[in-house]
Structure formats: C-alpha cells, structure tokens
Design a protein around this ligand. Structure first.
Ligand code: UT7
Length: 326
C-alpha cells in the first residue's frame, strides 16, 4: 500500500512595508473618522508600500523569512505558487520574478488570481502537487499592493485596504499536515466587488472609474461573505468528521472584524482563539491569511500539533478554506 503524503507547513514568513497610515491620517484627507472605521471594520491602521516598492518585493522578503524558518534553501524548492491580484507586471508572473530573485531557477512558478482568496487557492494547488507526489518542497505566497488601486478620495474603500505579504514553505510529510482544502467561486456577482480596468477589455481613460480602482458594494459583499464563510466552515468540519470545538485556532481572512466575529460565533469559538490582525494590517487581500498565520506562529500562539482552520472570501466571488495540523 502506498503511504499517504501530507503537505506540512515547515516555516512561515511575512513582510509589511515600513510606512504606516493610521485612521487619523486618513481623516485628514477624506471625510471619515477613527471612530467610524474602528467601529465598522476593526481597522486602526494599515501599511502602505513605498513608491517603487512592488508586490514582488513584499513577496520576496516574506519568502526569505519563510525559507529561513523552514531551514530550506531556495534551490530545494520544486514549486512556487503566488496568490495576487496586484501583480508587478502583466507578465512575467510575479512568481517568476520572485523565483529569479530567490535563485530557485528551474522549478515551476506561477500566479493565482482569486482576489482575497488568492492564498487559500494557492495553498490548495500546492497541497495537490505534494499529495500527488509532483512536488516535495513548495513555496506558497500571498502578496498584494492593493493600495495601488485605491481611490484615496473614496471613503467607502480607501479606509479598508493595506499592503503586505505572507508565505509558507510546505514539505511532504508522512504523518500530518494539510487535512483538507475547499475552494468555491461564483462569477455571477462580479460587479459587487471588482476592478473594471483590464488589458483585454481595453483601458478606457475617459470613462468614469478610469484608472485602476476598486469598486465595492460593501453591504452586499458583507452579507455574501458571512454566508459563504459559514457554509465553507460547515463543509470543512463535515468533510473531516470534526466537531467545531476541535479547532484550536481560526485564522480568517482579515477584511472586517464583524465578519470574523460572525464566523467565530458560528464555530462557537471565543475570540481568544481567533487570530486577528485586521486592526494593524487592514485588508491585505491575498496577504491577509498568511500574514495572520505568521504573526500567530511567531508570537507563540500557534503551537506544533494544533488544528488550524484558515478561510477567505474575495472578489469573483471566490471563497475557500484549509484545515491543517500545524
Ligand atoms: O476582502 C474582500 C471582502 N470584502 C469584504 O468582506 C468587505 C465587506 N464589507 C464591509 O466590510 C462593510 O460593508 C464596510 C466596512 C465596507 C461598510 O460598512 P457598513 O456597515 O456596511 O456601512 P455602509 O456601507 O452601510 O455605510 C453606512 C454609512 C453610509 O452613510 P449613510 O448612507 O448611512 O448616511 C456611508 O456613506 O456610513 C457611511 N460611510 C462612512 N462614513 C465614514 C461609508 N464609509 C465611511 C467612512 N467613514 N469611511
């Protein structure tokens, strides 16, 4: 009988740009307040990439830290998957740019665009490679510079987003690791959360929303996010024959503290067992889950052997989860 192989997290890393923008800073340029932002979203501050600092730069630094933590050389990697919706270039992929900088020439490297679910999608793909024996050591990154497509005059979106990256190194392990992953999408709701600019539709300079801007119907997205996350969390528990009380840590996408609290309530989880970084990072899209994971690992919250539930929801709509033994 062939032995089952799991993809286990061998190391985590993350990187945040130096510049911090607080809610009070934003209140100086747009009609908002720290009170409104904190009460409606839980966000207090966000990091913003410097001029010339790219998604690939953030990804590279997060990757170096994850490789270091895992004790893995870049030359040992046989797969790089990078979740992003803000790539450095149309092509080559940001994964290829990072691969070159790391000195990991030769292994497959590609980007995954699933908006805020990008990291969970990328992790799922890498898990499948390792489970099937196609890879033994994989680097999975979620990296974004979402503030590049924020309209700083639009208070409904400008206060929400931040820049950052997180990464994990996965290694084949015969004992335990990622137990299951679950991905979903519903393309029928694209206009509730989207950036209508693109290559193939053409860059329409003189139309409203010209330039690269995030458009979101916040309220609708909120409702869909809570519903989809409830459902994927149920699906994950059921698939693994687990009770909601078995989970040690919930590591959710960091878009809005109220959405995180709704999922925690569904799981009957006290907030002490939920990793929250949205207050410091804002919504970093694909960066959010691996940033939260790395913060929890490095602070000593998450311990080896614990059961972690990761989940995310984003534009597309896309949503998904991963259940893993750390
Ligand atoms: O990561 C991908 C997934 N994204 C999400 O999950 C985001 C989901 N949505 C949300 O997090 C929330 O819907 C928001 C935080 C975006 C908005 O919160 P809300 O409680 O749904 O507020 P709202 O959009 O219903 O707006 C309430 C009021 C409005 O004023 P009126 O019409 O009641 O007079 C807005 O104009 O708050 C106003 N408002 C603001 N006021 C001060 C909207 N943005 C701001 C602001 N500062 N920044």
């Amino acid at each position: 009988m062939t032995q089952q192989v799991f993809a286990r997290i061998a190391g985590t890393g993350s990187y945040l740009p130096e510049k911090v923008v607080t809610n009070d800073d934003l209140a100086k340029v747009v009609d908002t307040s720290d009170e409104w932002i904190a009460a409606r979203t839980g966000i207090r501050q966000r990091h913003v990439a410097a001029d010339g600092e790219t998604t690939g730069d953030l990804a590279y630094h997060a990757a170096v830290r994850a490789l270091e933590a895992a004790g893995v050389q870049a030359s040992e990697l046989d797969l790089i998957v990078l979740g992003t919706t803000t790539p450095d270039l149309v092509f080559p992929s940001t994964a290829c740019l990072v691969q070159h900088r790391l000195g990991a020439a030769g292994c497959p490297a590609f980007d995954v665009n699933a908006a805020c679910s990008g990291f969970v999608y990328a992790l799922t793909i890498a898990d499948k490679f390792i489970r099937s024996g196609a890879a033994k050591t994989a680097l999975v990154i979620g990296s974004e510079t979402l503030t590049r497509m924020v309209d700083w005059n639009d208070r409904t979106t400008a206060v929400l987003f931040g820049d950052g990256a997180g990464a994990v190194v996965l290694k084949a392990d015969t004992e335990t690791g990622i137990l299951s992953t679950h991905m979903h999408a519903d393309g029928s709701k694209k206009e509730l959360l989207w950036n209508p600019v693109g290559v193939s539709v053409g860059f329409k300079e003189n139309e409203p929303n010209a330039g690269v801007r995030i458009n979101m119907s916040g309220n609708d997205v909120f409702k869909h996010a809570v519903k989809a996350l409830d459902s994927v969390v149920e699906e994950t528990l059921e698939h693994n024959g687990l009770d909601r009380h078995d989970i040690d840590w919930l590591i959710p996408h960091q878009a809005n503290l109220r959405i995180i609290e709704a999922t925690a309530k569904r799981l009957d989880m006290p907030m002490e067992r939920v990793v929250v970084t949205v207050d410091k990072h804002g919504n970093t899209s694909s960066g959010s889950v691996p940033l939260a994971l790395d913060a929890a690992v490095r602070s000593g919250k998450v311990q080896r052997g614990q059961l972690l539930l990761l989940e995310a929801f984003g534009g597309g709509f896309t949503w998904g989860s991963a259940l893993l033994r750390y």
